[in-house]
Design a protein around this ligand. Structure first.
Ligand SMILES: *[C@@H]1O[C@H](CO)[C@@H](O)[C@H](O)[C@H]1NC(C)=O
Ligand SMILES: *[C@@H]1O[C@H](CO)[C@@H](O)[C@H](O)[C@H]1NC(C)=O
Ligand SMILES: *[C@@H]1O[C@H](CO)[C@@H](O)[C@H](O)[C@H]1NC(C)=O
Ligand SMILES: *[C@@H]1O[C@H](CO)[C@@H](O)[C@H](O)[C@H]1NC(C)=O
Length: 408
């Protein structure tokens, strides 16, 4: 984020009308026939990711690295005693430590990966920013923030570059749609444990969306939003995944749980306060401490309607690191990660970890996802873990629906 003003326009009615028109238009552009070949290739690619033999899949979220020129780029908002020796290389060191400590199955970078404005070469900045992920050989995905395109590459250029980097699972856009707003919209299917009846099913679905940068509509100031074309793609993808999941082998009653990752928070994040969140909301530049778009494009409603997404993960507001539940969807921040991003001196940079765990079947094999837990780690001497919590757990017939407290 970088806007000092917050504007409040109530244009919800116009937005919903626009939404209807766009839905109709976008339907026209949707490619109806998908070749068997493309489907098979997609399945093969998607099944590269699966739960491990311990029945777990772990995701490390890195928000707002704001990487620029490595050792020549100084840190912002660190203690005076840390000021002299702190550069982008501290961001690099933090990712290395997080990867070693958590050994995630996937790393997700949720935008403002580079701070284009201060970068002398966007490609070089990305090489350095993603180097720890690439070196670790762990698959990774990145979405775009509002600062990634401010350097020598456009948003499309940045995403194309990310797609070409080693072990990147990002796509410029989903191959099955002809027209969609933004770059890097994509989904990943996480397969069940190999050798189990769930091995060919996606038991956890990840959605990545481009929440844009700044509004292009002259009468609407402020940040961008997730467009109808993207929401339509999400709805169709979610419905297709649900259909596949409830069919055999091992037919299920409900959709597999989903997680959504993007950069700019939804306006609904503002409905949470300290009484119903885990973590903190410390941003102060706007009234409600949430810098979302000044209009509501309805993506939260779309998520509630689809029903599979249990948690949303964003960055953008570096001093917010909470999760809080609204209508059975956890709205989460990771908290600022990068040292060349504004922060708060004495308040450690941090990262969020999410782990999904499978249930044991009657036959002692691994089944569907049982719970999704999360915690954060601080970039202090011991990488202190904080705010462990259960974000979601599968409701079992006859249970009260109460969630256990646990986590890290
Ligand atoms: C930190 O160092 C930079 C560059 O030397 C300087 O511009 C900045 O004012 C310093 N900040 C503090 C808090 O000492
Ligand atoms: C940045 O890294 C240097 C070199 O390892 C270290 O001395 C310094 O304490 C780090 N600064 C912060 C804020 O972590
Ligand atoms: C999963 O797909 C592979 C390859 O098509 C097949 O050999 C295997 O039997 C399938 N597993 C299940 C549980 O259906
Ligand atoms: C959180 O609590 C506040 C009252 O402190 C309430 O106004 C708000 O609606 C609650 N939000 C949710 C999502 O439960």
């Amino acid at each position: 984020m970088n806007l000092s003003k917050k504007f409040n326009f109530d244009t919800k009615r116009e937005m919903s009308l626009n939404f209807m028109i766009l839905v109709i238009m976008v339907s026209w552009f949707w490619s109806i026939p998908t070749t068997t070949c493309a489907l098979a290739a997609k399945q093969e690619e998607n099944h590269k990711l699966r739960f491990d033999k311990n029945g777990e899949f772990k995701i490390l979220q890195v928000a707002d690295m704001h990487y620029a020129n490595g050792k020549n780029t100084l840190c912002l908002n660190v203690l005076p005693s840390q000021n002299a020796s702190c550069t982008d290389l501290n961001t690099t060191a933090f990712i290395h430590r997080m990867i070693l400590a958590e050994k995630p199955n996937l790393i997700v970078f949720t935008g403002d990966n580079i701070y284009g404005h201060d970068s002398s070469d966007s490609a070089k900045s990305m090489d350095a920013a993603f180097a720890p992920a690439i070196e670790s050989n762990i698959p990774w995905v990145a979405v775009l923030g509002n600062h990634d395109q401010e350097g020598s590459l456009s948003r499309e250029g940045v995403m194309k570059y990310i797609v070409g980097l080693k072990n990147s699972l990002s796509k410029v856009n989903p191959p099955e749609v002809h027209i969609i707003d933004g770059f890097g919209n994509n989904n990943l299917e996480i397969g069940g444990v190999q050798g189990t009846v769930f091995e060919n099913k996606s038991v956890l679905n990840l959605y990545f969306l481009d929440s844009g940068d700044y509004s292009k509509v002259p009468t609407i100031p402020g940040y961008d939003w997730i467009k109808p074309s993207q929401q339509l793609w999400f709805e169709r993808t979610s419905a297709n995944l649900r259909n596949a999941y409830i069919k055999g082998p091992a037919p299920q009653k409900e959709a597999a749980p989903g997680l959504a990752y993007f950069h700019i928070p939804l306006p609904e994040y503002a409905s949470l306060d300290s009484s119903n969140m885990t973590g903190v909301k410390m941003e102060t530049y706007s009234g409600d401490g949430i810098s979302s778009a000044s209009v509501n494009s309805g993506f939260f409603t779309t998520l509630v309607g689809a029903g599979d997404v249990k948690a949303v993960f964003v960055g953008h507001d570096h001093l917010n690191d909470f999760c809080g539940k609204l209508m059975d969807i956890q709205l989460c921040y990771a908290g600022g990660f990068g040292y060349h991003a504004y922060g708060k001196a004495g308040w450690s940079r941090r990262a969020r970890v999410v782990v999904a765990s499978l249930e044991k079947t009657d036959k002692g094999s691994w089944g569907a996802v049982k719970s999704i837990k999360s915690w954060k780690r601080l970039d202090d001497q011991h990488l202190t873990g904080i705010d462990g919590e259960v974000l979601w757990s599968k409701s079992t017939p006859g249970s009260s629906g109460k969630k256990q407290i646990g986590g890290n």
